[in-house]
Write a new protein. Sequence first.
Length: 256
Amino acid sequence: MVLLEYLRDHSKIAIFTHSLADLDAAASAAALSITAARLGSSAFVVTPGGATRAARELLNHLSTKPLEDFESLPEVDAVVLVDASSPARAGDLETYLRSRGTPLLIVDHHPAAEVQNALRLVDEGASSTSEIIARELIRESMLDPLAACALSIGILADTRGLGAANCGTLELYSRLCEACGENRLDKLRIVSRAPMDSSEVLARFRGLQRTRLVLIGGWLVAISTSGSHQSSVAQALVQVGADLGLAIGRREGEKG
């Protein structure tokens, strides 16, 4: 209930993902953007620092053009943060909120962090943020077919193709598939699994070779450099176990 009330109560909403948005974050943001539009609100999806290749492809096919920086974001009267427990995981969002006093709603399935004055829709038992949003939209009879498609992909991504899904998640996924339509969902599955080209694969391997590990406040941060495909390299660092992956751009021939 808190989710739809929040969307209804505000006319211009920024929907932030965590830095380097993955499929669950992108799917969640797109679904909320679609829902906000149905409710008569303007919504802007922001992916601080960009998104993974698969997430970019998904957003493109959902006709959702994300912003990657704060400079291009118009004035809004509310912020939603998806798939992240704290604004600290979304670039300079913490500073942005503090300077403007903009209300914040956090929608997430990770362990909750202490964030002052934030509304929360958090379920640590959910498979994904997409699952949380899907349950809310179905409960309130507000599930748009395109939003259902997006949320299906988010659940698939965070459950490793439903391999880690429980019975409740499987039942929910079935309802999303029905609402989306199998043909449209099949196309989105193909898009989100588009193979990497050889230059991206090489950039990932080289980035892993250059990695330095730093422990900050219990977080394992992996830092590397790459001459290209920085977002993909950062994603690879997280996939091998880091809490946060940073890939810094470097010129060809530059050491580091």
